[in-house]
Ligand binder design. Structure first.
Ligand code: MN
Length: 170
């Protein structure tokens, strides 16, 4: 597949009011986004709550730095992983609409097969919750294995930690 046809995949570690990881998948010219408080897990079958958040523009994909207090997303942003993703379904838009998206990540840190599953919401839920789950494959880890979040905390862009980005911005 030519480089231009690849769909961007990013994860931004975001130290806002609460630390979380923003998982972003390019689709239809925007970055579909989910905020994962506990971050992704490489343990096959381990579920991570992923709250759907606003689409972001493709120009935000490689952002890293400090978002000033009072602005949307105020806090420190670290580009934690980057690469591209490949949907398993030929029509990823309808897979997303149906609430089940299976895909392969080709990142610097995360690889292999994953799934995003929308949870059924009762009433007029203000937020749409999904689950991000690693599928069983050679890229998956066992339950006792080291946590990739602890193992590789640094930026893929600059090699910095959240603390180093925060300190550089002051
Ligand atoms: Mn965020």
């Amino acid at each position: 597949m030519p480089e231009t046809a690849r769909l961007a995949y990013r994860i931004q570690k975001h130290a806002a009011r609460r630390l979380h990881y923003d998982v972003r998948l390019e689709l239809g010219g925007v970055l579909k986004s989910w905020a994962v408080t506990r971050g992704p897990s490489l343990v096959a079958g381990a579920r991570r709550l992923a709250v759907a958040v606003e689409d972001h523009g493709l120009d935000y994909a490689d952002y890293e730095g400090l978002i000033a207090p009072g602005r949307y997303g105020a806090g420190v942003v670290l580009l934690w992983d980057r690469g591209h993703w490949v949907p398993e379904d030929s029509d990823p838009r309808s897979a997303l609409d149906s609430g089940s998206l299976a895909f392969t990540l080709h990142g610097e840190k995360l690889r292999g097969r994953w799934r995003l599953m929308r949870m059924t919401t009762r009433g007029r839920a203000r937020q749409v919750s999904w689950l991000l789950v690693k599928s069983r494959d050679e890229a998956a880890r066992g339950p006792g294995a080291p946590d990739i979040l602890d193992e590789q905390p640094r930026s893929v862009l600059t090699g910095r930690t959240i603390e180093e980005i925060a300190a550089a911005a002051v």
